[in-house]
Ligand binder design. Structure first.
Ligand code: ADP
Length: 211
């Protein structure tokens, strides 16, 4: 089965700029952003049973259970059968989540096309988070919770890198540049993926050579 839908993971530590880049991709390429962080924050804000269960875990900077986030993602994939594609932002964050996503996509005739890693050093992340905490007051941006989030990223999420390298899907982008420049680099990766997937492109070369 040829898989036409784009499935793109934005990967990187907390405050690397995944959300910012995901929103730009949504605007430029009509993709749907699936951010487990946003979904969980919405659950907390709504005071739902799920929100109550995850509230304190999130505030201290820990990861919520794999089952919860996998169910949220599958639900969104099911609710958007006509989407041109999906950008996963903040998911997967553990190896079991990555395996569950691969299985969920495979059972729907899809696969991850690329994992775009935003590379940002820890000092820059700390600076960004200080500014964001001052500006937005997000509860898990306080220094203690942020240190826990960064630790969890290094322990549980960074091991996904070899998982995707083994699949030949990892693309790296310098996330220390301006938002504009990062966006251009991400856009370039996307162009390559789209070109590789496009049947018109193959048709174009076939026509060229058959003249
Ligand atoms: P960040 O700025 O750290 O990337 P997010 O908005 O993606 O923040 O996530 C905020 C919090 O929501 C995380 O610290 C964690 O508690 C929870 N969370 C979000 N996505 C996941 C996930 N895929 N697995 C487990 N917990 C998650």
């Amino acid at each position: 089965m040829t898989d036409r839908k784009l499935n793109l993971i934005l990967f990187g530590p907390p405050a690397a700029g995944k959300g910012t880049q995901a929103k730009r991709l949504v605007a430029d390429h009509a993709l749907i952003q699936l951010s487990t962080g946003d979904m969980l924050r919405a659950a907390v804000a709504s005071g739902s049973e799920l929100g109550e269960r995850v509230k304190l875990i999130m505030q201290r900077g820990d990861l919520v259970s794999d089952d919860i986030v996998i169910a949220l993602i599958e639900d969104q994939i099911n609710q958007n059968p006509d989407a041109a594609g999906f950008i996963y932002d903040g998911f997967p964050r553990t190896v079991p989540q990555a395996e569950a996503l691969d299985a969920a996509l495979a059972s729907r005739g899809m696969a991850i096309d690329s994992v775009i890693r935003l590379v940002v050093d820890d000092t820059a992340l700390m600076d960004r988070i200080k500014t964001r905490f001052a500006e937005q007051g997000r509860k898990d941006d306080n220094p203690e919770s942020f240190a826990i989030r960064l630790g969890n990223y290094n322990k549980q999420t960074a091991p996904l890198l070899p998982y995707y390298v083994a699949q030949g899907k990892l693309a790296e982008v310098d996330g220390m540049q301006s938002i504009e420049s990062v966006s251009t680099q991400v856009g370039d990766v996307l162009k390559m993926i789209k070109a590789a997937k496009s049947p018109q492109k193959k048709g174009f070369f076939a026509r060229l050579f058959s003249r």
